[in-house]
Design a protein around this ligand. Structure first.
Ligand code: HPA
Ligand code: ZN
Length: 336
């Protein structure tokens, strides 16, 4: 994107973020500050040494460092500070609404009560002008029994939860492993999403839809390997929460010029742009827009579609959607 105008459009346009792991927003500086505050010893000597370790070869090599980084989170205030820092950045990037993932099992396994996790994240959300929803993610490398126990532990906080999701190591942990816990979440009227088709095959996207009955697919970029699946995703207007910088850092695509975002949009798939784990992958949501628009022949029309998709794919009611969609339309009319 040599076009400064296009850059101003994608950064200035109102948008929703639908794929952000709050633990992935923990910047190295905050990791070190929290380690000191909580007397946690890190296997890195400095912020620079930690940042230097952020060279990933695949999803698992990232997850190992991501879980180590999250180990500094102990007190409610830690979860507050992390979430407040993310929401300040999101506000700067003109994010109006964020549906935020969190991984309670990463914390309860270390003896942190789930109430501490949810209270801290929730309080930061209340203090931000950004509209928010919380999505509890199950770690798919753990058992379904552990996921069910986590959902039960979260039930006293049901009113603070928008939905549930599924993340962590994808290949070898297909959606059908979590059929019962998603069934239980559905009975509780929680909204349902799952990571599928990031490293895993199109069959995982299909089973997320058919077995888990999810309403949105996180990543989903590998759907293009299966033409029948693409036709179905278009027919059902099933949103994909695409994370361009993540896909490059975790080597789903060799470089941004080889990313399939434009093909997804041209196929009429409901693609959105998101940051995934911004502290680890080199940027927040606007950095993702800038990187994609610089490397790919994306246009102003694509920018508008991506902004509209982000609100249409969110779980807010139609009335609030309408307000933000009108704001998008006004923004593009003014920037004519
Ligand atoms: N994929 C799977 N699990 C994750 C990710 C991701 O991109 N980020 C944080 N947990
Ligand atoms: Zn993710």
């Amino acid at each position: 994107m040599h076009d400064e105008q296009l850059r101003q459009l994608v950064t200035g346009m109102p948008k929703a973020e639908l794929h952000i792991h709050i633990e992935g927003s923990l910047e190295p500086e905050l990791i070190f500050a929290l380690a000191q505050r909580n007397s946690v010893t890190l296997p890195y000597d400095s912020v620079e040494a930690l940042r230097a370790a952020y060279a990933f070869s695949d999803l698992q090599s990232f997850l190992d460092i991501y879980y180590a980084g999250a180990s500094v989170l102990l007190a409610e205030q830690d979860f507050y500070d992390m979430t407040a820092a993310y929401l300040r950045r999101a506000e700067q990037d003109n994010v109006r609404h964020a549906e935020i993932f969190f991984d309670p099992q990463t914390h309860t396994a270390r003896g942190v009560p789930i109430a501490t996790v949810i209270d801290g994240i929730w309080r930061a959300c209340q203090d931000s002008p950004v509209s928010t929803g919380l999505i509890l993610c199950f770690l798919r490398h753990l058992s379904e029994e552990e996921a069910i126990a986590t959902l039960e532990e979260a039930l006293p906080h049901r009113a603070r939860l928008l939905g549930v999701g599924l993340d962590s190591s994808e290949v070898g942990n297909p959606p059908e492993k979590f059929a019962r816990v998603f069934e239980r979440a559905r009975q509780l009227d929680l909204r349902l999403v799952a990571h599928a088709g990031e490293e895993g095959p199109p069959a995982y996207i299909e089973s997320a839809l058919d077995v888990l009955q999810v309403e949105r697919i996180d990543h989903g970029v590998r759907c293009l390997d299966d033409a029948n699946l693409v036709a179905r995703l278009v027919r059902e207007q099933m949103a994909l929460t695409v994370c361009p910088l993540s896909n490059i850092k975790l080597r789903v695509f060799g470089d941004m010029a080889g990313h399939n975002l434009l093909e997804l949009l041209d196929a009429r798939l409901v693609a959105t742009v998101n940051s995934d784990d911004p502290a680890y992958f080199g940027g927040y949501i606007n950095d993702n827009f800038i990187a994609a628009f610089e490397a790919l022949p994306l246009t102003r029309a694509h920018a508008r579609t991506l902004a509209r998709n982000s609100f249409n794919a969110s779980f807010v009611d139609d009335e609030r959607k309408r307000v933000w969609l009108d704001e998008v339309d006004a923004f593009f009319a003014e920037a004519a």
